[in-house]
Design a binder for this molecule. Sequence first.
Ligand code: DX5
Length: 227
Amino acid sequence: MSRPIQIAPSVLPADFARLGEEVAALEAAGVDLIQWDVMDGYFVPNLTFGPDIIAAARRHCTVPFEAHLMVVNPDALAARYVDAGCSRLIVHAEACTHLHRTLANIADLGATAAVALNPATPASAIAHVLNLVDLVLVMTVNPGFGGQAYIASMEAKIAEVRSMIDTAGLGESVDLEVDGGIGPDTIAGATAAGANVLIAGSALYRDPDGLEHAVADLRARATAARA
Ligand code: DX5
């Protein structure tokens, strides 16, 4: 497991009336990338960011954007989110009838492809597409909302996916991301299990010492968990 630790925010808790300032503040706070939780109201019972909102925010910072597409038809939307400035698209295995083709199509759009697994979906669902992704996202909550409790039993799946990545000889090129309930009390377990990209929303915004402290604290805790 040699991929670097990356701390990335979900912007769900941000002030949507000031997204340009919010992404600039996240970059200033030292995040490695920004994740946009795209929700269509069908795959998950919530509705969030269209591509035009992300394109507007793109002009206010330089860190990479990734779109976590919690949508029933990612093939229909992928090009729009690439054009909006997302360099990585994360699709859910559960939403893709032809996951292998969807991931290949994302690469054809010039973005990097990634796949996400809901808590109930086994790691085996991605066994035959690891060569098509640069990241696997193991959800540690059921998607749809921020502020949910971390599902600690997912650590076994994190470890399983880490083993699959390393056994496939992809440990130098494929990241393992976790998303949901990541904070000071949970980041060590997720990292020790094999995650290296940690998505946090609530934990960043509720830190009384501010975003920069929150990012640095999570990074330190994740790094210590690897030692
Ligand atoms: C769920 C969302 C959340 C969000 C992180 O669909 O993907 O997991 O990114 O929210 P927190 O960090 O508040 O659990």
